[in-house]
Design a protein around this ligand. Structure first.
Ligand code: SF4
Length: 359
């Protein structure tokens, strides 16, 4: 097989494995390398120190540092876009007393889904080119994956910093296979279809999205509720509303998601019946449940899901903020119990929430 035939065989296999898109990018420095360095320089990565580690930065800027001899980055995407029915469901615009959880976290952990499929694609590649080396990454890898995805033709990077495809929208998960095998690249996606739209910039409650297409992670609700380990800054707490884990606002308002084809992958969709949902129906019941479990029991229950990342303490901290913002005086009882929690972080956020509700 010549390189073009190998590429097409891999593309076909990747689509058969269930990926929604696959594209091939040359292993060059990512186009937004200098913007990424500026972003780090200004400290916009917040407490995500792993992003600023010297070796990690080097590998992000040069795929050869991640995989010596790297020649091609095979980018794949999976859509988790909601169906039109799911967009209209009560869960899509919950009452203030109900918790909002970022859509990607409601299904099975996408890392597992992606890793299994990339491993199968890796096997195909090894059969076709046994001497070449490969390295898969899903999200946590030292790769500026949206840059490579744009270069591989998968879409453009919108003002909300998400990768957007004209038909699939932006509810896309990305993963990649680095390889030393040189394959002909696909055409980059060169259009910027955001045009004069500014909906995501205007809708972001904390002003985290800059017109310059930069996201200040320190203000982003996803960072504050998932990555941040310490206290949530006081001035940002009222702006978080009932978002207990992540935030999809900049995607919900994006017109490119209005008619996006729904994701086909059942594993990435929220459970069909409410009783199967990972999160309880109200923030009060969720907080009550967490008060009665240990950190270890929480880890066991949510192992293999995105909700494992902030741990019991992080989710309970976020619930206190959500309950304080809910205006629901029925939450006062559970917040008084949170004030007695062994975690100082939870106690402080519960006191803040009680003050806010009692005022
Ligand atoms: Fe671009 Fe508008 Fe979507 Fe923001 S909301 S990413 S500006 S199209």
């Amino acid at each position: 097989m010549n390189p073009s035939e190998v590429r097409e065989r891999l593309r076909l296999d990747a689509l058969e494995l269930g990926f929604d898109q696959v594209g091939f990018a040359p292993a060059f420095e990512p186009p937004n390398a200098s913007a990424y360095l500026d972003w780090l320089e200004q400290g916009r990565h917040g407490e995500m120190a792993y992003m600023a580690r010297e070796d990690a930065v080097r590998r992000r800027l040069d795929p050869e540092e991640a995989l010596p001899g790297c020649r091609t980055i095979i980018m794949a995407s999976l859509s988790y876009a909601p169906s039109p029915e799911a967009r209209r469901s009560p869960e899509a615009s919950p009452e203030p007393a109900m918790p909002v959880v970022s859509r990607y976290a409601l299904g099975k952990d996408y890392h597992e889904v992606f890793e299994a499929r990339l491993a199968r694609l890796e096997t195909v590649l090894r059969e076709l080119a046994p001497r070449e080396r490969t390295l898969p990454y899903v999200d946590y890898g030292p790769v500026l994956e949206r840059d490579h995805a744009q270069r591989a033709g998968l879409g453009w990077i919108g003002k909300n910093t998400m990768l957007i495809h004209p038909e699939l929208g932006s509810y896309l998960l990305l993963g990649e296979l680095l390889t030393t095998l040189e394959l002909p690249p696909d055409d980059a996606f060169s259009d910027d279809r955001c045009g004069t739209c500014r909906r995501c910039i205007e809708a972001c409650p904390t002003g985290a999205i800059r017109a310059s297409r930069e996201l200040d992670a320190r203000l982003c609700i996803s960072y504050l509720t998932i990555e941040l380990r310490g206290p949530i800054p006081l001035e940002l707490r009222p702006l978080i509303g009932n978002r207990v884990f992540g935030c999809d606002i900049c995607q919900e308002v994006c017109p490119w998601n209005d008619d996006a084809s729904p994701g086909r992958d059942r594993e990435l969709q929220p459970p069909a019946r409410p009783g199967q949902s990972l999160r309880p129906v109200t923030m009060v019941t969720w907080a009550e449940e967490l008060l009665s479990v240990s950190d270890e029991a929480y880890r066991d229950r949510f192992r293999g899901t995105a909700l494992a990342r902030p741990g019991r303490q992080g989710v309970l901290r976020n619930l206190c903020v959500g309950l304080g913002n809910s205006g629901d005086r029925a939450a006062i009882g559970v917040l008084r119990r949170c004030v007695e929690d062994p975690s100082e972080l939870v106690r402080e956020h519960a006191s803040w929430a009680l003050d806010r509700l009692e005022k």
